[in-house]
Each structure stands twice: as C-alpha cells, then as structure tokens.
Design a protein around this ligand. Structure first.
Ligand SMILES: O=C1C[C@@](O)(C(=O)O)C[C@@H](O)[C@@H]1O
Length: 225
C-alpha cells in the first residue's frame, strides 16, 4: 500500500464479510474479541489497515502495553499493509513504529476532534506533524456548519500542496459530503462500513454508496451541441 492514490477502505470489526468495491479493509481491532486470531484467520485479498483505537480518541481499547503488543503483532502480520497510530500516542508507541518500519508496514498517524473543527492553519499544522511521523497524516474533525467543511477542504488542499500525504473527513451530518469531495482536494483515504455493518464514525455513508458517489464525480460531462 502506498497511498499515492485514493484508497476506499471498508471499515469494520469483522473480517468475515464481503468488501464489495473496497481497495482495503480497516480492521477495528478495538471493537472485537481476539483480534489477532481474526487477523491470522484472514484469507482475503485486500490489504488490511489495522486500527486498535484508544479510548481517548473514540475507540474501545485502553492505552498501554497490551494494545502496543497487539499493534506490533498486527504490523508483523503479512496481511496488514498499514497500521494506525494516534498522533497523541505516537511518542508512547515508539516500539510500534519501529516494528512497522522493520516489517515495511505503512503507518497512518491519526487525530480526531469530536468537539469541532479547528481553524485551517491549526489543521494544516496537525496534519503536517502527523504526516511527518507516518506515511499518511489523518485528521477526522466534527463539522457543525458549512464554514467548517470549507475549512477542512482548504486545509486538505494546503497540506497536500505542501507535500504532505493526508486523509481528512468531517464526522457528523453537516460534514458528511466531505467524505465524497475531500479526495478531490488530496485526501487519500475514505472510510465506510461494508453493507450490513454498523458505522465506525458518525455520518459515514455505506461502502457501496460512497463508492457510487465518488465515482459519479468522474462521470463524463454532457456535451454542448
Ligand atoms: O479515523 C478514522 C476515520 C473515521 O473516524 C471516520 O470518520 O470515517 C472512521 C475510523 O474507523 C477511522 O479509524
């Protein structure tokens, strides 16, 4: 996985599903029992992004050595193309980052704001910091109005133009269209639950729908006479 172009990612706690049009699968290890057994049993073709989201960032795994051990084991699993490490935990997860480097596993360094959307400069700064630690810097914010969504797109474009590889999305209802258009401004990953699975963040479209909406933007224009 190189994240050079947009990666449509099925986000799920169960690897035992159909992933339709997805390019990759985000396995939410924090949302399932025995995630390492499930990873070992996986025999699908799509590369896995292993996420063991910490409670302080909206996940279900407490921070600490057990989580780090799971992430290291995930990084060493041949089906795993990338692991996700939170920006705020990156320093504490030095060993996880080293395991990823040793196994040539990509790292997505992520940040989440469940309260709101910072200003564009602050978002670019956060994305740049995340992208300087990992292969992709990701920021999921909560938009409450159109200004927030515009700010997110401006920050996505600005960070991309400055040479950072980023993934952005606005959680919640007012910002959900950013999941469709952010790729046009440089966002390299979109997350959506596969059909029948619960959402992994507020405001997500289902996987098939998100794929359709993104593809529709590429439809050839109607010709003039
Ligand atoms: O960080 C992200 C992005 C996300 O929160 C979203 O808004 O789509 C969904 C999460 O599963 C993923 O780890």
């Amino acid at each position: 996985m190189d994240f050079e172009s947009f990666v449509l990612t099925a986000s799920t706690a169960s690897l035992d599903r159909e992933f339709g049009p997805a390019d990759a699968v985000e396995f939410r290890m924090d949302r399932t029992e025995s995630p390492l057994d499930a990873l070992n049993a996986y025999d699908g073709n799509l590369p896995i992004i292993a996420t063991d989201r910490v409670t302080s960032e909206g996940g279900e795994s407490p921070a600490g050595p057990d989580r780090q051990k799971r992430l290291i084991a995930a990084a060493r699993n041949p089906s795993v193309g990338a692991i996700d490490v939170e920006l705020d935990r990156a320093e504490a997860c030095e060993d996880v980052l080293a395991a990823a480097q040793a196994t040539d596993t990509r790292v997505i360094v992520s940040a989440h704001d469940f309260e709101g959307t910072p200003g564009p400069e602050a978002m670019v700064e956060r994305l740049a910091r995340a992208a300087s630690i990992g292969d992709v810097g990701k920021f999921a914010v909560t938009a409450t109005d159109r200004e927030d969504t515009l700010d997110l797109l401006v920050a996505t474009r600005a960070a991309t133009v400055r040479g950072h590889r980023v993934a952005t999305m606005a959680m919640g209802e007012p910002g959900r269209h950013t999941r469709v258009v952010a790729p046009l401004y440089g966002s390299k990953i979109g997350y959506a639950p596969p059909d029948g699975a619960p959402a992994t963040a507020p405001g997500q479209y289902g996987l098939a729908r998100l794929a359709e909406l993104i593809d529709a933007l590429d439809e050839p224009p109607v010709h003039n006479e």
